[in-house]
Design a binder for this molecule. Structure first.
Ligand code: HEC
Length: 102
């Protein structure tokens, strides 16, 4: 709700309140499996959300969540601890997206 719904919508259908202000359409996130021959593209989704690996095939508007989730943590627990938490968060989001596929 906090990180993704503003663009992708509360139900993940791509109609969040700021979607209309972007210059490119915001995709819905409930057809990722359907568009991948019925298999949820887990690794790709993780890398798209994280954004630090450079594999993201789309344009710029998607924030680099790996960095945004990590920055506030590093001071308190160091680089390694922060990285573990970031990966856990991204994975949790990916599992959630898997659960809302049509
Ligand atoms: C500022 C608006 C914005 C926010 C916030 C945002 N996204 Fe996106 N997202 C986009 C746009 C625009 C695209 C398509 C173009 C691109 O990838 O940049 C996209 C693409 C995606 C894709 C690829 C969809 C496909 O069909 O290939 C996934 C998965 C995704 N976002 C997940 C998330 C998740 C999870 C969050 C929250 C952690 C999030 N997004 C937050 C704008 C946003």
């Amino acid at each position: 709700m906090r990180a993704c719904a503003s663009c992708h919508g509360e139900s993940g259908l791509g109609q969040g309140p700021i979607a209309e202000f972007l210059t490119i359409p915001v995709p819905g996130l409930n057809r990722l499996s359907a568009e991948n021959d019925g298999a949820f593209p887990m690794l790709q989704v993780i890398q798209i959300i994280d954004g630090r690996t450079g594999v993201r095939s789309h344009g710029e508007p998607m924030p680099i969540w790996g960095d945004l989730f990590k920055t506030p943590l590093v001071g308190g627990m160091g680089d390694y601890g922060a990285e573990v938490i970031v990966r856990g968060r991204v994975l949790s989001i990916a599992y959630y997206l898997e659960s809302i596929q049509e």
